[in-house]
Design a protein around this ligand. Structure first.
Ligand code: KIV
Ligand code: ZN
Length: 513
C-alpha cells in the first residue's frame, strides 16, 4: 500500500458496526444506507459497514453499501474462521475498494474463550489472515483486547499477521482500559520491535470506558498510528468509541501541536451527527464536545459580552466549521417562504419547490403554536418521518382525557386505506391509552421495543420528538414524529412505525408463482 503523505491520518468509521452493536442502537436497512452515504460524502476513508455473518440484514446492508460506495473503502468485520471471512468477502465484493477486517482476542482472558494455547492461536491467525488475503488485497487484522495482551505475544502475532498479508494492523483498547501515555508507548514499541511494521498502517481503536478514548487515539497517532477508528457521536459498545468529530476537530484546531491531516469535510459534521442521533435513538448529550447543543452556546453575561467583542474570547473554533449556521435568523409566524428556504439551506437541507410547499404549511402550523421557531424545530419538521401522501394509516383526530385517576382514555379517528375508523380506548396514562386505541383500530402482532421522547427546544411550548422502535418476526422498524403535543407526537410516531412495517411486509412478501 502506498502512503503518500506520512502525516495523513486515515479515518475509519465504525458507526454502522461497533456503533450499531450498542444495545438499543439498531438501525434499519435504509437508515444504514443513508448514514453510509453521508460518511462517504464527508470524506471518511474507510467505512466499516457491518458484520456480514451476524445476520441476513447485516449482510444485505454491507453488500448494498459496498455497491453504492463512491470514494470510501468498504470494510466488513469477520471472526477468525473461514466461514465468516468468506461471507464478509462476498458482502464487500462489489465495492470499488473492498476490505476484510478479521479479529481474534489475544489477551490471556480472551484466549481462554476459545481455549486455545498461544501456539494454536498463532497458527489460526496465520491461516485466517492468509485466507482473507487470498480473497481481497486489503486486509485488516485486529488482536482484540490488545492493550491487555502480553507484549511479547502481541509482537509475535502481529508479525505473523503481517507475514500472512495484513495491510493494516489495528490495536484495539477493547475495554477502554489504557491511558494516553501507555497508548502511545504501545504503538511506539510495536513499530520499533515488529519486523515488517514499516510496511503496514497501524490503527488505533479505543473505547471510552474511562472517558479517555479521544486522548488515547490522539496519543497513538503521535506515536505513529495513521488510522483512527471512531464513530459519529462516539456511539458504540458500553461507553462508546472515540468520537469522529472530536479527533477530527482536535487535529484541525490544534494543528500547531499535532501536525496531522485528515480528509474530512468538517462542515458536514453537524448534519451527520443529528442524523445518527435520530436513527439510532441515542440523543447527543447537551454538553458533548463539538456536537452538543451547548457546545457553541454562551449564556452568562460575561461570556456574552466577551463574545460580542470578539468571538475568539470564548470560542476556539467557528460554529460554521462544523456546519452550524453562525448567526441564527429568528423564524416565526411572520416569516415567509424565502426565509424558511434560506434557513433550510443553512441547515443542510436541499429542498425542491414541492417539498418546500409542504414544509412551509407545517412550519406555519407550528409557528402559530410557538413564540419562536428554533433550528431544532425546523430539523424536526424535516425529519418527522411523515410522508402523508403514501401512508396507508393516518391519524385524523385524537382527544385524550387525562386526570389523577387512572385509567386515562383516548378518542381516536384514523384513516386506514382511505376509510375513517373511530374508537375510544383506555390505558394506564395518555400514551398507553392512545397506543391501545391504535392497536384496536389496526390490530397487529408487532411488539413495542423502544419508546423515547426528546424535547428538541426549551420551554413548555417545545416540540417533542418521539421515536418508537417495533419488532415483528425479528424485523425492526422505527417511527418518528415531532409535535408540540407529546401525545400527538407519540401517536404519529407509532403510526409512522406501522406504516414502515407495512412497507417492509410488502417488500419481503414471497413472490406469487
Ligand atoms: O473493541 C474491539 O476490540 C473491536 C474489535 C472487533 C476490533 O471492536
Ligand atoms: Zn470496539
Amino acid at each position: 500500500m502506498t502512503k503518500p503523505d506520512p502525516d495523513h491520518v486515515l479515518i475509519f468509521d465504525t458507526t454502522l458496526r461497533d456503533g450499531e452493536q450498542s444495545p438499543g442502537a439498531t438501525m434499519t436497512h435504509d437508515e444504514k444506507l443513508e448514514i453510509a452515504e453521508l460518511l462517504d460524502e464527508m470524506g471518511v476513508d474507510i467505512i466499516e459497514a457491518g458484520f456480514p455473518i451476524a445476520s441476513e440484514g447485516d449482510f444485505a446492508a454491507v453488500s448494498e453499501i459496498a455497491q453504492r460506495s463512491k470514494n470510501s473503502t468498504i470494510c466488513g468485520l469477520s471472526r477468525a474462521n473461514f466461514k465468516d471471512i468468506d461471507r464478509c468477502a462476498e458482502a464487500v465484493r462489489n465495492a470499488a475498494k473492498p476490505r476484510i477486517h478479521t479479529f481474534i482476542g489475544t489477551s490471556p482472558l480472551h484466549r481462554a474463550i476459545p481455549n486455545l494455547s498461544q501456539d494454536e492461536m498463532a497458527d489460526l491467525i496465520h491461516e485466517t489472515v492468509s485466507h482473507a488475503r487470498n480473497l481481497v488485497d486489503d486486509v485488516q487484522w485486529s488482536p482484540m483486547d490488545a492493550t491487555r495482551t502480553e507484549h511479547d505475544y502481541l509482537c509475535r502475532v502481529i508479525e505473523i499477521a503481517i507475514k500472512a498479508g495484513a495491510t493494516t494492523i489495528n490495536i484495539p483498547d477493547t475495554v477502554g482500559y489504557t491511558a494516553p501515555r501507555e497508548s502511545a508507548d504501545l504503538i511506539r514499541m510495536l513499530i520499533e520491535k515488529v519486523p515488517g511494521a514499516d510496511e503496514i498502517t497501524f490503527a488505533t481503536h479505543c473505547h471510552n470506558d474511562l472517558g479517555m478514548a479521544t486522548a488515547n487515539a490522539l496519543a497513538a497517532v503521535e506515536a505513529g498510528a495513521r488510522q483512527i477508528e471512531c464513530t459519529i457521536n462516539g456511539l458504540g459498545e458500553r461507553a462508546g468509541n472515540t468520537a469522529l468529530e472530536e479527533v477530527v476537530m482536535a487535529l484541525k484546531v490544534r494543528h500547531d501541536i499535532m501536525p496531522y491531516s485528515t480528509q474530512i469535510d468538517t462542515k458536514k459534521i453537524m448534519n451527520i451527527s443529528r442524523r445518527v442521533a435520530q436513527v439510532s435513538g441515542f440523543p447527543v448529550q447537551f454538553n458533548k464536545a463539538i456536537v452538543g447543543k451547548n457546545a457553541f452556546a454562551h449564556e452568562s453575561g460575561i461570556h456574552q459580552d466577551g463574545m460580542l467583542k470578539n468571538p475568539e474570547n470564548f470560542e476556539i473554533m467557528r460554529p460554521e466549521d462544523i456546519g452550524l449556521a453562525g448567526t441564527s435568523l429568528p423564524l416565526g409566524k411572520h416569516s415567509g417562504r424565502a426565509a424558511l428556504k434560506a434557513k433550510l439551506n443553512d441547515l443542510g437541507f436541499d429542498v425542491g419547490d414541492n417539498q418546500l410547499k409542504d414544509v412551509f404549511v407545517r412550519f406555519k402550523d407550528l409557528a402559530d403554536t410557538k413564540k419562536e421557531v428554533f433550528d431544532e424545530d425546523i430539523i424536526a419538521l424535516m425529519t418527522d418521518g411523515t410522508d402523508v401522501d403514501n401512508d396507508r394509516l393516518q391519524v385524523k383526530f385524537l382527544r385524550v382525557i387525562c386526570g389523577t385517576e387512572a385509567p386515562q382514555s383516548a378518542d381516536l379517528t384514523m384513516e386506514i386505506d382511505g376509510v375513517d375508523k373511530q374508537v375510544t380506548a383506555q390505558g394506564d396514562g395518555p400514551v398507553d391509552a392512545t397506543f391501545n386505541a391504535i392497536k384496536m383500530l389496526f390490530p397487529h402482532e408487532a411488539t413495542l421495543k423502544l419508546y423515547q421522547v426528546h424535547a428538541v427546544t426549551e420551554g413548555t411550548d417545545a416540540q417533542a420528538t418521539v421515536s418508537v422502535r417495533m419488532e415483528e418476526n425479528g424485523k425492526i422498524v422505527t417511527g418518528q414524529s415531532a409535535h408540540t403535543d407529546t401525545v400527538v407526537a407519540s401517536a404519529k410516531a407509532y403510526v409512522n412505525a406501522l406504516n414502515n412495517l407495512l412497507v417492509r411486509r410488502e417488500k419481503t412478501k414471497p413472490e406469487a408463482v
